[in-house]
Design a protein around this ligand. Structure first.
Ligand code: TYD
Ligand code: MG
Length: 458
């Protein structure tokens, strides 16, 4: 029988399918992302084939399901284990995304070397030769007799070999290089990536093999290929970093087995990736001294307080409309803070450009960062320096009040550890703290944003 083929257009960003080509994808609005794919026409058949006679019941009571063997593998990196929610869950399928050269392959190789002490690992690379991987491993001083390398992109061969050798952990570097020869679309295309992920999903779940896949990232920073990839896997991690600095941040954007608030910090040096246990120290290491507009904020990343530097710059506007710009902080939140400062505290920003920059690639998503943003903006406006040993946190309300935030004591402890001498905190947090002297630092509870600024700029 001759199979009928049809041509469809698929968006490489979001996976939207259409029978006709569009310059701009109607679903995600990206330009020039629709590519042609040829598919077999599915035979029309709407009736269900499966027959149910009562003897093949597959549902079970949730109480009867045995989870006593839920095992987690420790990767040798505490930072990574925490992002995974306490180690990689056995039999899970994870996706690690990041821009080229950020260190994905290096991280995986280092994990493999640690895991291979007790587990059998298969590292499948579609990008590098075995020799290249070996050279890198020996440069990093890694070894492992239980670490097997395979350079292959044909997914059927990989699946067959995995089924035969049954490794405990399977690494796929990267999912975009894998291809299914049965499929008519090109390697790296949306449907190929989807199909290949599906195959690894089946392997991982049916054979209970822990699988880690590398996914390339497009220019917008999302994992290239459709969003459906993120729905199919258990965990999606992003490896981010600045090409200028050696610091790398690993965060979970999806985790079926843990929180997505956790964040891991690494440093890339000659011996590969090293974990950074004190990210606050790292983030504050380059803090300029004696300059206005610089305030230290404290945000909770999951269970951990992180101190980071917020830089504000206010300068007079050259054009009619004042500019506002934010890096690492929400733009709308900044406009709101400026409005509160103007209305409730009497600082005039209407003819001023205002910029906020959060150092180290950290994103301040917590309202507790509001106060440090306000203080740094006023500090720059008035050109008054904030003391080096001052840290401020608190949420700003529209009435100009400073509202309480969770985890105040943990934040203060972190500030104390790093040698800060003064913390400006919300009054209600201050009131509920029992023994304030034990920290050995000056703790000031403030009710309004005006009061907070007076204390911080003192
Ligand atoms: P790699 O893991 O190949 O990146 P990816 O797989 O995400 O594309 O990382 C390569 C980069 O890391 C390269 O630019 C050099 C740097 N690097 C170091 O600085 N030190 C090292 O020990 C290693 C192995 C790599
Ligand atoms: Mg790589």
């Amino acid at each position: 029988m001759i199979k009928k083929m049809k041509s469809i257009y698929v968006c490489s960003e979001c996976g939207f399918e259409s029978v006709k080509w569009n310059g701009i994808c109607p679903s995600c609005g990206q330009g020039n992302t629709m590519f042609e794919e040829v598919r077999e026409k599915a035979a029309k058949n709407n009736s269900f084939k499966a027959k149910f006679d009562g003897s093949n019941v597959s549902q079970v009571s949730i109480g009867e399901i045995d989870i006593s063997d839920e095992a987690r593998y420790h990767t040798g990196f505490k930072e990574l284990d925490r992002v995974f929610g306490g180690g990689i869950v056995k039999g899970s399928l994870s996706l690690l995304g990041g821009t080229p050269g950020i260190g994905k392959s290096t991280l995986l190789l280092q994990i493999c070397s640690h895991l291979s002490k007790s587990l059998k690992i298969l590292y499948v690379s579609g990008e590098e030769s075995k020799r290249q991987i070996k050279i890198r491993a020996s440069r990093l001083g890694l070894s492992g007799d239980n670490l097997f390398l395979m350079t292959e992109t044909n997914i059927e061969l990989i699946a067959a070999e995995v089924e035969f050798t049954r490794p405990d952990v399977l690494i796929i570097d990267s999912i975009q290089t894998m291809n299914n020869t049965e499929s008519s679309s090109l390697p790296g295309s949306v449907s190929q990536v989807k199909e290949c992920t599906n195959v690894f999903l089946k392997i991982s779940k049916s054979l209970d093999i822990t699988t880690l896949m590398v996914g390339h990232v497009n220019k917008d920073g999302a994992i290239a290929g459709p969003k459906v990839l993120e729905h199919m896997v258990d965990t999606v991690l992003y490896f981010e970093g600045d090409s200028q600095t050696s610091y790398r941040i690993l965060r979970a954007v999806k985790n079926r087995y843990g929180s997505t608030n956790e964040l891991g910090v690494f440093r890339m040096d000659n011996e590969g990736l090293q974990e950074v246990e004190n990210p606050s120290e790292m983030l504050l290491s380059g803090k300029p001294q004696g300059i206005s507009g610089i305030c230290v904020a404290c945000v909770m990343e999951g269970s951990r307080p992180i101190l980071t530097e917020v830089q504000g710059l206010v300068s007079s506007t050259n054009f009619g409309n004042p500019r506002r710009m934010c890096t690492g902080f929400d733009y709308n939140r900044m406009t709101l803070i400026l409005a509160v400062l103007e209305k409730r505290a009497g600082y005039n920003f209407s003819a001023m450009d205002a910029y906020i920059n959060v150092v180290g690639g950290i994103k301040l998503e917590e309202p507790a960062a509001d106060l440090s943003v306000a203080v740094s903006l006023v500090s720059s406006l008035k050109d008054k320096i904030i003391g080096d040993e001052v840290m401020a946190f608190g949420e700003i309300g529209l009435a100009g009040e400073i509202r309480a935030v969770p985890g105040a004591e943990m934040r203060i402890r972190e500030a104390q550890r790093l040698g800060f001498k003064k913390c400006v905190i919300p009054y209600h947090n201050w009131k509920s703290m029992s023994n304030k002297e034990k920290y050995g630092i000056e703790i000031i509870g403030v009710r309004t944003v005006r009061q907070a600024i007076e204390e911080a700029l003192d």
